[in-house]
Design a protein around this ligand. Structure first.
Ligand code: SF4
Ligand code: SF4
Length: 346
C-alpha cells in the first residue's frame, strides 16, 4: 500500500471509459481495503436534484459490485445537507439518490434521518476543536471515497478531502467549517433593495427599516457566496477562504483517523469540470476538457494528482482562494501522501 502513488486513466471520449475504469480500479488495488464481511461505506455525492454534473452511476456500480465480489457489504452513503434542498433529510436524500440513478445499491444516510446520528471526536487542532463524524462512516469497517472533482466557491476545488470533510460530518460541523471564512458588509454601498434576502436559502439578510441597509447577524449564516453574488452593489464579500481549506483538512483527517490503516481508498473523477459544486440544481460553466479518473490510498495524493492536471490556477483566480491549501494542510497534520505523487497511467 503506497500512499505516494496514484493510478490514473486519461479520459478519452472515443474510448469505452467504463471498461477503462474497471481496469483502473483493479490495477490500483483499491479493493484490497475490503475483507470478507466488512461493512464498506461508498462515500459519494449523488448530486443535487437538477444538477447534471455528478458522477455517472454506472461507474459507481462497478465499485459496488466489486466490493460484493470480495465478500464485503457495500452501501452508498452521504450526509444530510445543512441547507434546505432535496438532500436535507435522509428521506429526501434517498429519493434524490434514486432519481439520479443510484438505485442499484442500498443508500444509507450516514448521519441518520435528520442529522442526529453523529459521533463527536476531538481533532487536536485549535482551528476546529471537535468534529462530529457521521455515524454511518464512523462505524463502517472500510470506506471507498468516490469524488467528482470540480470547482468550489470557497475551497477553490472540491476533491476527495472536501468530499469527506464537508460530506462526512454533522450539520453543525459543516457550519463550523464554513464559519472559518470571514464576511465583510460594506453598508455604505447598500441600497436596501433586498436582492440578497431573496437569494438566501434561509432568508437570513434583513433590511433595517430605519436605515434601509442590510443586516446579516444570524448564527445560522453559512458564509456561502449566494447573497454576495446576488447583490448588485458588491456590498457583501467573503475573505480568508484559505482558513476554510485548512478546516477541511482538519475535518478529513479526523474522519480518516477513525479507520484502521489500510481500510480507506479513493477514486476521483476529474470530468465535467464545473466551476462550482454539485450542491445546486444547476449545471454552471465548465473550465476545461475532461481529464481522467484517479485512484489511490491517500486523499492527499489523489487530490494533488487531480488538482495538478486541471486548470487549478483559473479556479483559484475565479474564486479568490487557494485550493492547494487543503492538500498542504493535510500534510502539515501528518496525514500520509505526497503533494507531488507519482502518477502511474493505466
Ligand atoms: S452567506 Fe448570505 S446567502 Fe449564505 S447563508 Fe449567509 S446570508 Fe444566506
Ligand atoms: S442586495 Fe446588496 S444592495 Fe441590495 S439590500 Fe442586499 S446588500 Fe444591500
Amino acid at each position: 500500500m503506497d500512499y505516494n502513488k496514484v493510478f490514473m486513466v486519461k479520459w478519452n471520449p472515443f474510448s469505452n471509459m467504463l471498461s477503462k475504469a474497471r481496469k483502473l480500479y483493479r490495477e490500483s488495488g483499491i479493493f484490497d481495503v475490503v475483507e470478507k464481511g466488512d461493512l464498506v461505506a461508498i462515500k459519494l455525492h449523488v448530486g443535487e436534484l437538477g444538477n447534471p454534473n455528478y458522477i455517472r452511476p454506472f461507474f459507481v456500480k462497478q465499485i459496488f459490485d466489486a466490493v460484493k465480489e470480495r465478500g464485503g457489504k457495500p452501501f452508498l452513503t452521504d450526509t444530510t445537507t445543512y441547507y434546505p434542498e432535496m438532500r436535507e433529510n435522509g428521506y429526501d436524500h434517498y429519493e434524490t439518490a434514486l432519481a439520479n440513478g443510484f438505485g442499484f445499491g442500498h443508500f444509507i444516510s450516514a448521519d441518520g434521518l435528520k442529522g442526529g446520528y453523529v459521533i463527536p471526536v476531538p481533532t487536536g487542532s485549535d482551528l476546529i476543536k471537535e468534529i462530529e463524524i457521521a455515524g454511518g462512516l464512523y462505524e463502517a469497517d472500510a470506506m471507498i471515497v468516490v469524488t467528482h472533482v470540480k470547482g468550489h466557491p470557497l475551497a477553490g476545488i472540491g476533491g476527495a478531502i472536501k468530499n469527506l470533510a464537508m460530506g462526512g460530518v454533522s450539520k453543525k460541523s459543516k457550519l463550523d467549517q464554513h464559519k472559518l471564512v470571514d464576511m465583510e458588509i460594506n453598508v455604505e454601498k447598500c441600497q436596501g433593495c433586498g436582492a440578497c434576502r431573496e437569494a438566501c436559502r434561509m432568508k437570513i439578510p434583513v433590511i433595517d427599516p430605519e436605515r434601509n441597509v442590510v443586516i446579516i447577524d444570524d448564527p445560522r449564516c453559512m458564509r456561502c457566496p449566494i447573497c454576495g453574488q446576488a447583490c448588485p452593489e458588491g456590498v457583501i464579500t467573503l475573505h480568508n477562504k484559505a482558513r476554510l481549506c485548512q478546516g477541511l483538512a482538519v475535518a478529513a483527517n479526523a474522519i480518516l483517523k477513525a479507520f484502521k490503516p489500510g481500510k480507506v481508498a479513493f477514486v476521483n473523477f476529474a470530468v465535467s469540470l464545473s466551476t462550482i459544486c454539485d450542491c445546486g440544481p444547476i449545471q454552471a460553466e465548465f473550465i476545461g476538457p475532461d481529464v481522467g479518473i484517479f485512484a489511490g490510498y491517500s486523499a492527499l495524493s489523489v487530490d494533488a494528482a487531480s488538482f495538478s492536471l486541471i486548470d487549478h490556477r483559473r479556479l483559484n483566480e475565479l474564486h479568490n482562494t487557494d485550493a492547494w491549501e487543503q492538500v498542504r494542510y493535510l500534510k502539515v497534520l501528518g496525514y500520509p501522501g505526497s503533494e507531488n505523487p507519482e502518477i502511474i497511467q493505466v
